[in-house]
Design a protein around this ligand. Structure first.
Ligand SMILES: *[C@@H]1O[C@H](CO)[C@@H](O)[C@H](O)[C@H]1NC(C)=O
Ligand SMILES: *[C@@H]1O[C@H](CO)[C@@H](O)[C@H](O)[C@H]1NC(C)=O
Ligand SMILES: *[C@@H]1O[C@H](CO)[C@@H](O)[C@H](O)[C@H]1NC(C)=O
Length: 529
C-alpha cells in the first residue's frame, strides 16, 4: 500500500514538473458580482497563480490590501459591496404552501442583483480599456452565478474560459457544462434537502430545479442579451451559446461535506481551498481562551447579515440561552454592537471583526452558531467544530441540510429561534458523542490525494496548456433536451410497441372472427343436412 505521505510526495513532484512545462501565462479575472464572501473563495486561487509566476489582471470590487508582484488590480465602482445589508426581519415569516418550502423569490432576487452589477461592469471604463488594450490573455477566469454578461467580454477577447462557483452549481449551469442533474440525489440550491428525499420532497425539488431553470432562460438570458446588444451591437452570439464554451468549472463543494455527486470531468470539486495555513490569534483572544473553563462558542451569521436587525424577542432568547452556559464564553461578530453593553450576558463578547479560520481551528473553540454560509461551514468542518445552524437565504438551506445529514450539527430554523430550541441544540452539539463524529468527518474532509488549492491550480494550468481542454468536453451541452433525455428513443420504442400490439390485436381479431365463422357455419351446415 502506498502511504499518504508517499502520495503527497508524488503529487508534489508532479506539481513541480507541471510548473516547468507551463511557464508564465497571462490570466484575466473578471468578477462583476460585489459579494465579499464569494471573492474570499476566489482570491486564494489567484494568489497561488501569481506566486507560480503567472501574470494576473484582476477586475473586481476587491483589490488587495497590499499589492503583490504578478497581480494587478482593476477596481470596479458603482455597486455597493454587500456587507451588513441583509435585514433579518425579512425572514420572520415565510409562506409555505402545503408546508413545503417555496424559494422561487430567491431567483428573482439573484436575477435583479446580477443584472444590475452586470450593467455597471459592462459599461465601465475599465472594460472599455481592457478591450482596447493589446494584451492577449491565455485564459479568462470568471464567476458562474446569477448573470453571464462577463462571458461576452471573454468571448470578445477570444480566450478559453474557466468558471468558478463559490457555492453548489446553479440549475442553469448543468446544461452548459454538460454535467448530469439527477433529481432524486441532487437537491436544488435553495432547499434544505439531501440525497435522501421523500416523494413529496422530490416533487418539490423537481419543481424548483426546472422552474428556476426556465425562468433563467426566459427572463435572465434575454435581459442579458439586451444589455450586451446595447453595449456591443448586434454581432455577438446569444449569451446561452457563449457560455457553452466554458472549459472548466471549479466548485466550492466536497463530497465529505456536501455529499457525493456525479459530475462530468470538467467540473472539479475544490471545496476548502480557502482554508490557508494557521496564523496565531491576537493576544486579546488568547487571554479570553485561557480563562474560559469549558471553552469558547463562536457566533457569526456571515458578513452580509446585519445582526442589529435581529428581532428583540429572538435576541433575548439568544441572550438567555447564552447566560445558561456560564462555563463557556461566547464571541460574536456584531458590528456596532456596543449599544448592547447593558443587555448582553457577561459571557458574550462582541467584536467588529473576528479571525474566523484561526478561531475555529483553536482547540478551545467547541461550537459554532452560524447561518450555514459555505465558507464558514467548510472551515468548521476542516477544524472539527460542531454547528448550530440557522439558515436565512440562498444556498444556506442546502448547506444546513448537508450539515444535519452528516451529523456535523443541528438546524434551528429562524421560526423556532427561541430559548428552548437554542439551548437544546447547544446541549446536543456539545455532547461528547456528537463531537467524536464531527472529528471523523473532519478526517475524511482533510484526507485528499492533492490539496484543493493545488488541484485548482493544476486544472487551470491544464486548460491553458491544452488551449481550452477540448478532450474533456462532452457533447451533451449541444443537445436538445429531447435527445439528452432519450425521449426520442422512448417514443420510438413506444411506437414500435404500439405497432406490434396493434398488429397482434388485428391478427387475434381476424383469427377469432375466422374461428367464429367456422363455428357458426358448422351447425348451419348440419341443419341443412
Ligand atoms: C512573480 O513571478 C516570478 C516569475 O515570473 C516569480 O519568481 C515570483 O516569485 C513571483 N512573485 C510573487 C510575489 O509571487
Ligand atoms: C501583466 O499584465 C498587465 C496588465 O494587467 C500588463 O500591463 C503587464 O505588461 C503584464 N506583465 C507581464 C510581465 O506580462
Ligand atoms: C468557442 O470557442 C472556440 C474556440 O476557442 C471559438 O472558435 C468559438 O468561436 C467560440 N464560440 C463562442 C460562441 O464563443
Amino acid at each position: 500500500m502506498v502511504s499518504v505521505m508517499q502520495l503527497l510526495c508524488i503529487s508534489l513532484v508532479l506539481f513541480c514538473v507541471g510548473w516547468e512545462i507551463t511557464g508564465a501565462a497571462q490570466i484575466l479575472g473578471l468578477f462583476s458580482h460585489p459579494g465579499k464572501s464569494h471573492f474570499n473563495f476566489f482570491r486564494p486561487i489567484f494568489l497561488a497563480l501569481a506566486k507560480r509566476g503567472h501574470n494576473i489582471s484582476m477586475y473586481s470590487y476587491f483589490p488587495l490590501e497590499k499589492p503583490i508582484d504578478n497581480y494587478t488590480d482593476y477596481v470596479f465602482h458603482g455597486m455597493p459591496v454587500l456587507t451588513d445589508m441583509v435585514d433579518l426581519k425579512n425572514f420572520e415569516s415565510e409562506w409555505k404552501p402545503l408546508g413545503l418550502p417555496f424559494k422561487i423569490p430567491t431567483y428573482f432576487m439573484l436575477h435583479d442583483w446580477g443584472l444590475r452589477s452586470c450593467k455597471v461592469a459592462l459599461n465601465s471604463l475599465l472594460i472599455a480599456q481592457l478591450l482596447e488594450s493589446p494584451t492577449r490573455f491565455d485564459v479568462v477566469i470568471l464567476e458562474h452565478f446569477s448573470n453571464d454578461c462577463m462571458a461576452a467580454v471573454a468571448h470578445l477577447l477570444g480566450a478559453p474560459m474557466i468558471a468558478l462557483s463559490s457555492c453548489a452549481i446553479m440549475p442553469w449551469h448543468y446544461k452548459r457544462i454538460g454535467s448530469p442533474f439527477i433529481n432524486p440525489i441532487m437537491p436544488m440550491n435553495f432547499l434544505h434537502y439531501t440525497d435522501d428525499m421523500s416523494l413529496i420532497h422530490r416533487i418539490n425539488n423537481f419543481f424548483h430545479f426546472h422552474a428556476v431553470n426556465i425562468l433563467y432562460n426566459w427572463i435572465t438570458q434575454p435581459a442579458t442579451d439586451e444589455l450586451i446588444k446595447l453595449r456591443f451591437g448586434n454581432g455577438l452570439p446569444p449569451i446561452n451559446e457563449i457560455v457553452k464554451n466554458t472549459s472548466l468549472m471549479l466548485i466550492n463543494q466536497y463530497y465529505a461535506l456536501t455529499g457525493p455527486r456525479p459530475y462530468a470531468p470538467n467540473v472539479v470539486e475544490v471545496g476548502g481551498l480557502q482554508v490557508g495555513v494557521e496564523m496565531p490569534l491576537p493576544q486579546s483572544f488568547m487571554d479570553l481562551l485561557d480563562i474560559s473553563r469549558d471553552g469558547i462558542i463562536y457566533i457569526s451569521w456571515g458578513s452580509m447579515v446585519n445582526p442589529n436587525t435581529l428581532p428583540p424577542a429572538k435576541r433575548n432568547a439568544l441572550f438567555e440561552s447564552i447566560s445558561q452556559f456560564k462555563q463557556y464564553n461566547f464571541v460574536m461578530r456584531w458590528k456596532s454592537g456596543l449599544s448592547l453593553l447593558k443587555e448582553k450576558p457577561i459571557n458574550l463578547h462582541i467584536y467588529d471583526w473576528l479571525p474566523q479560520r484561526d478561531l475555529l481551528c483553536h482547540h478551545q473553540v467547541k461550537g459554532f452558531i452560524s447561518h450555514g454560509g459555505l465558507l464558514g461551514t467548510t472551515e468548521a468542518v476542516y477544524c472539527g467544530v460542531p454547528m448550530l445552524v440557522t439558515p436565512f437565504y440562498g444556498d444556506q438551506f442546502l448547506n444546513a441540510g448537508a450539515i444535519e445529514q452528516r451529523k456535523l450539527g443541528v438546524i434551528v430554523n429562524f421560526a423556532n429561534f427561541d430559548k428552548d430550541h437554542i439551548t437544546r441544540g447547544l446541549q446536543k452539539i456539545l455532547d461528547k458523542e456528537f463531537t467524536e463524529n464531527v472529528k471523523r468527518t473532519t478526517r475524511a474532509f482533510r484526507l485528499r490525494p492533492i490539496p484543493p488549492l493545488e488541484l485548482a491550480v493544476w486544472w487551470i494550468e491544464y486548460v491553458i496548456e491544452s488551449g481550452g481542454a477540448p478532450l474533456i468536453q462532452n457533447e451533451s451541452r449541444n443537445m436538445h433536451w429531447i435527445v439528452y433525455n432519450s425521449i426520442d428513443v422512448y417514443l420510438i420504442f413506444l411506437g414500435v410497441l404500439c405497432l406490434v400490439s396493434l398488429g397482434l390485436w388485428v391478427f387475434v381479431k381476424l383469427l377469432s372472427r375466422a374461428l367464429c365463422r367456422f363455428k357458426i357455419e358448422k351447425p348451419t351446415k348440419s341443419k341443412q343436412q
